[in-house]
Design a protein around this ligand. Structure first.
Ligand code: MF3
Ligand code: CO
Length: 266
């Protein structure tokens, strides 16, 4: 969710789409292992270490590590953002997960040809403190699914945005408007920008071969959308302490149904 480097939307050839598929598969698998390790008392640095180990086993690396920021490059493999943290939390050996925490884990994997997969999963540690947390998570997962369903050749970016916004409204959840989804390929952030709100049939036309990172960031409190950047230069949190959920997949636009590249195929 950053500024794009160029305005041209890259169309992946079949060979490039295959590389995106490999990157997406690794992203999904590594994230699944990290999610399975989530439990009360584990440190966020330990989750990051597990991600590093899984990446090494595959001979791949995270594009998050070293990614340039305002103050310093991102120092870890994964972003771990808890409760009122929205995105880009830095793993720490001093931060321990507690029962009821809402934890999002965001990872971008690069394969050998430089193509990338970007995905985020949010989970609750143990039992949620109340129904509103599961509701927020469920609403955000639905918003992602409904956005992805619009990622079809002949639709427009605005169709994805409008579907996410309509879902957030239906669930009475807030939308973080300052951060967006994005095109992805050999750059983490390519054109187009994919806002999580917008008008149907607006923005760039979708074509087969485009690869998109779709990533709603929703809030338990509609009206709590203002965000702040921590002194660490990375962690983005809600200004009013509203809890946030973030769900993201990298998707290939095809001539038929959207292909989710960062999902584990069973
Ligand atoms: N999915 C995040 C994004 O699109 C990944 C960020 S990695 C980091 O921005 F290096 F920026 F932390
Ligand atoms: Co992203």
């Amino acid at each position: 969710m950053k500024k794009r480097k160029k305005d041209v939307i890259s169309i992946k050839s079949p060979a490039e789409a295959a590389a995106m598929r490999a990157a997406g598969k690794a992203t999904a698998e590594v994230l699944a292992v990290v999610c399975a390790a989530v439990r009360e008392g584990i440190s966020t640095a330990e989750l990051d270490r597990i991600a590093g180990e899984e990446l090494a086993r595959r001979g791949m690396r995270s594009a998050c590590r070293g990614y340039p920021g305002h103050l310093c490059p991102f120092p870890a493999n994964i972003c771990v953002s808890i409760n009122e943290e929205v995105v880009h939390g830095i793993p720490s050996p001093k931060r321990f997960l507690a029962t009821g925490d809402l934890v999002s884990m965001d990872l971008v994997v690069v394969e050998s040809g430089g193509f990338m997969g970007d995905a985020t999963r949010t989970v609750v540690v143990g039992k949620a403190k109340d129904g509103s947390v599961e509701y927020l998570l469920h609403g955000t997962e639905c918003a992602l699914a409904e956005g992805i369903a619009k990622a079809r050749a002949g639709n427009f970016v605005g169709d994805i945005s409008a579907a996410i916004e309509a879902c957030a409204n239906r669930f009475h959840l807030g939308i973080v408007r300052e951060l967006t989804g994005h095109g992805i390929g050999q750059e983490m952030h390519e054109a187009p920008t994919i806002p999580n709100h917008g008008k149907p049939a607006s923005g760039p036309l979708l074509q087969a071969g485009m690869t998109l990172a779709i990533e709603p960031m929703l809030l338990a409190t509609a009206g709590g959308e203002r965000i702040l950047l921590d002194a660490d230069g990375w962690t983005v949190r809600t200004a009013d302490g509203s809890w946030a959920a973030h769900c993201e997949h990298t998707v290939l636009v095809t001539d038929g149904a959207p292909e989710i590249l960062t999902e584990i195929k069973s």
